[in-house]
Design a protein around this ligand. Structure first.
Ligand code: CP
Length: 302
């Protein structure tokens, strides 16, 4: 694999190979931090122009567990605040000697843009509303751990699809792995007809009740307030009342598996009881992020 900008860069065989490797890397933990030396002598740049906890730390752990050197760049406190461009920032750090770049940025398409100026492999750690491919990889991997195969499994993505890179990557990967994909959320946050136009195989649910009845699993999205300009919702209370996955509703179907990419806004898209219930895979998702990102970094063959 030369890059991972989008799920479109992966074939099904690539995904299955990443999952095989992730199962093997999952045995690497803090007690055996350097049991793999695949990236020995290589330097991985984590270039984060937008906030992150899970993705940044799991990429750092993943790279270190493969024996790479890690350089962490955060735009806050950097010369970006003095007006330095994305191109100058990345090419300046690249000239110091790195072998691969992991990028998070608030603008969609920054990896495609910078790939015109570099030959280094780049991994997308989330670019604006475009994609978050490693999140989708770990979401589907966590589901497969529970259900064995995604073939014929019904998965609904709930909430703010309009601003969600997680949704776009998940829809593509779920489809590739044979799942049936549903969506539900407020009309103002569903892309309107364009989402269905882009992914015509999607089932659009009429209510949360209908979504729960249809689904084997739901992936609850965070309301992306930082990407909303204008009035998409009348109020958070009303959003929670009509679209929030609260315990009483989730309990209507005890077999329903619950995912959330995090960070969670408790009391808005989901409540604490549901997020921490036996049906929730949220902790597994976070844990699996390290092994999945090890497998992705290893597949770059640096
Ligand atoms: N899911 C996810 O990308 O979380 P972070 O923003 O904490 O990395």
């Amino acid at each position: 694999m030369k890059q991972l900008h989008s799920i479109d860069d992966l074939s099904k065989d690539d995904v299955l190979r990443i999952y095989d490797d992730a199962r093997s890397f999952a045995k690497t933990d803090s007690k055996h931090p350097h049991s793999e030396h695949l990236l020995n002598g290589k330097t991985v740049l984590l270039a984060f122009f937008e906030n992150s906890t899970r993705t940044r730390i799991s990429f750092e752990l993943a790279a270190k567990r493969l024996s790479a050197n890690v350089v962490s760049f955060n735009s806050s406190g950097s010369s970006v605040a003095k007006g330095e461009s994305l191109l100058d920032t990345l090419s300046t750090i690249e000239s110091m000697g790195v072998d691969a770049i992991v990028v998070r940025h608030s603008s969609a398409g920054v990896l495609q843009y910078y790939s015109r100026y570099t030959t280094l492999p780049m991994i997308n750690a989330g670019d604006g509303k475009h994609e978050h491919p490693t999140q989708a990889l770990l979401d589907c991997y966590s589901l497969i751990e529970k259900v064995g195969s995604l073939s014929g499994v019904n998965v609904t993505i709930l909430g703010d699809l309009l601003h969600s890179r997680v949704a776009r990557s998940n829809i593509k990967l779920l489809k590739m792995l044979g799942a049936n994909v549903g969506v539900f959320g407020p009309g103002s946050l569903l892309h309107g007809k364009s989402l269905i136009g882009a992914f015509p195989f999607i089932t659009l649910h009429a209510s949360l009740q209908a979504a729960i009845e249809w689904s084997d699993a739901v992936n609850v999205l965070r309301l992306q307030n930082e990407r909303m300009v204008g009035g998409f919702l009348p109020s958070m209370n009303e959003y929670n009342k009509h679209f929030g996955l609260v315990h009483k509703k989730a309990q209507q179907k005890r077999s329903l598996l619950i995912l959330h990419p995090g960070p969670v806004n408790y009391g808005i898209e989901i409540d604490f009881a549901t997020a921490s219930s036996q049906s929730s895979l949220i902790r597994r998702q976070t844990k699996n992020g390290v092994a999945i990102r090890m497998a992705v970094l290893a597949s770059l063959k640096l």
